[in-house]
Design a protein. Sequence first.
Length: 390
Amino acid sequence: MKITEITTYILKVPLGEKRFYSSQCAFPERNSMLVKVETDEGIYGWGEGGQYGPAEPVKCVIDQILAPMLIGQDPLDKGILWDQMYQSTRDYGQKGTYIEAISALDIALWDICGKALNVPVYRLMGGKKRSHVASYATGCYYRGEDVLDIDTALPALQKEAASYVEAGFEMLKIKVGLLSVEDDAKRVRAIRQAVGDDVKIFCDCNHAYNAYTAIRMAEHLEEAKILFMEEPVTPEDFDGYRRVRNATRIAIAGGECEYTAFGFQKYIAGGCIDIAQPDICVSGGLTEFQRILAVANTSGVNVIPHVWGSGVALAAALSAIAAMPLYPHTANPVPFQNEPVIEYDRNFNPLRDELLTENFELVDRKVKVPDGAGLGIDINMDVLKKYCVQ
């Protein structure tokens, strides 16, 4: 089997009044880049990258640099091809756009391998440990009015948080970092009051703080019984991560902006995090995810993949999580405690909810792992054309 064609697609969906904010920026649109890798045997695979920032640079790297390396190669040699792409761009592409591009292609190659062997990707990754993955709702972003008048915005925030519990979610991830520590503490307390004490709450700062401010915020989060604090400081601030982790009983999570096992090894060896959050479409694909998981688990660190993007990203994460062992092992697995969970963003996202020929559904707060060959999904080309801008 030989790779014959590689096509990239940039997708964008303007959000209009549905836009939302993290501590870093507004999200006026959903965007991503999909790649389709085709072979001379008619088998093709889908991958995804470019959903963090502008998708155009990732598309350019694939089109101009990486695709010519892969044309004519055997897609079943996916590990060798990963190494070839990385070694060829290592001097200038150890992080960022080049790794995102490699991630997208790597996911597509895994999809092809599964289809060629007529097995799901999770079989190639070790087997099917679970058929459904417990999900947590990601929501309670800033909507704009929070910045103008926090007290006026709290009732709507509480209503939103309560709606996730009413929908059956027992785990919720919320946002902090855009406002002052005191105002964000009001938001956290309001959400806890709205959902009750039995709901597990995680808190995402999107690296809004320096260490001493993050420690101040952590004190409020402890009072609200928050279970993990995600990205408290900037990704490069390893000392800051250690200071925050040593100052709080809350688990510290990070890594959605990190790349490859080399990057995660620094976080883990430096005692920076309790939970590693590689995004499979960003950090190196499924090939590199296996190495990140091994580095983390051998060092006592849990792994919760970060998920953001289209249905392709969700399928890749589900395939990886399906094969993950319990860590640590117990006879009675508990979601988040040692049973892997998956992020399910509750904001408007047609790239996830409309793009596939068979879209994902939540049943009893769990997402079913696709059972078809490869990633177990395919793209609705009419929907792709609807949202494709390049």
